[in-house]
Design a protein around this ligand. Structure first.
Ligand SMILES: Cc1cc2nc3c(=O)[nH]c(=O)nc-3n(C[C@H](O)[C@H](O)[C@H](O)COP(=O)(O)OP(=O)(O)OC[C@H]3O[C@@H](n4cnc5c(N)ncnc54)[C@H](O)[C@@H]3O)c2cc1C
Ligand code: FES
Length: 282
């Protein structure tokens, strides 16, 4: 079985920046090793409140039996999770979804992160490094507190470019501005693949930049999720892809929009998509 429900014990749980937490937990040997870009659905509370699990990306595989997630407190669920302590047990479903691909022909990877969108990019950077690719990382946030894991990425030997909207760290402005400055001076020897994770508006601009400069780009999308396994249709996103249909396993139902564009499920078909597939105005 690719994904399964399991119980995991919290090993460490630390606030690494205001409202950002790093949680490491046990990964039982019977659970499939997660791939970069995959996620877990985590029951965050000690009881059934909140009822629904919350989706959180795999941030690091610390060792064969320890996995880490990095999350930001957004609302009730993540606040409840932030109160869980060492030794407590979490009920988890996963690993879920389709992760990042690394095309063999590329020799450069450009990673773009907005805020906590950095979370799934660390295991991706590790895998790109193992595959011998040159890696540039662009990190953006509102302020210095939103810039996470810089030292971890530096230890991998990446070239890092940072921006903050208030100018408190790195270059002032948006991460998409420093990204475009870099891409405007291309090295023709490079075959580049872009990867991005962050707020939807940032992903939209990154995908526009990628399209303008004819660079392939993968984006990791975030949608609110109820089931995480393709059963509730809660995470459907509009795509430009006309050729496939969304089928709900076991129910044989299909979802079509009036203009016959088709939807895909972030939990099952993603969360990683080719940026060209997404209808960003949908
Ligand atoms: C595949 C996937 C991987 C994710 N990985 C991470 C991660 O590694 N670290 C991390 O911090 N967050 C991640 N998220 C986002 C995280 O799931 C949400 O922040 C969390 O579920 C919010 O729950 P809550 O109860 O705290 O907030 P809620 O009370 O449910 O919502 C608070 C606010 O956040 C917004 N929100 C809630 N869920 C989402 C969502 N899924 N996408 C966008 N906005 C949302 C709501 O609209 C609301 O404004 C991921 C989401 C997905 C779909
Ligand atoms: S979260 Fe239920 S179908 Fe994706």
């Amino acid at each position: 079985m690719d994904s399964k429900q399991f119980i995991s014990t919290i090993k460490t749980h630390t606030e690494v920046s205001p409202d950002y937490f790093l949680l490491s937990m046990e990964l039982p040997s019977e659970v499939k090793r997660p791939k970069p870009g995959q996620f877990f659905m985590i029951k965050v509370g000690r009881n059934n409140d909140p009822l629904l699990r919350r989706p959180l990306s795999i941030h690091r595989l610390i060792s064969a039996d320890t996995v880490q997630i990095l999350y930001r407190v957004r609302g009730k669920g993540t606040r409840v999770l932030s109160k869980r302590v060492l030794g407590e047990r979490l009920d988890i479903l996963g690993p879920l979804g389709k992760g990042f691909e690394i095309p063999s022909q590329i020799n450069e990877a450009i990673l773009v992160a907005g805020g906590v969108g950095i979370a799934p990019l660390f295991p991706l950077a590790e895998e790109l490094k193992r595959a011998g690719k040159s890696i540039k990382l662009f990190i953006g946030g509102k302020n210095r507190e939103d810039i996470l894991c810089e030292d971890d990425f530096r230890s991998l030997g990446l070239e890092i470019y940072i921006s903050t909207e208030d100018g408190s760290y790195g270059k002032g402005g948006l991460v998409t501005d420093i990204l475009e400055d870099y891409i405007q001076t291309p090295d023709s020897r490079l075959q580049t693949q872009m990867y991005a994770c962050g707020p939807k508006l940032m992903l939209k601009v990154v995908s526009e930049i990628a399209r303008f400069y004819s660079l392939p780009c993968y984006v990791s999308l975030e949608e609110r999720m109820a089931c995480g396994i393709g059963a509730c249709l809660g995470c459907a996103v509009k795509t430009r892809v006309q050729s496939s249909e969304l089928r709900v396993k076991g129910k044989n139902s299909r979802l079509r929009t009036p203009d016959s564009r088709l939807y895909r499920l972030v939990c099952k078909d993603g969360p990683v998509f080719n940026a060209e597939e997404i209808d960003w105005d949908g």
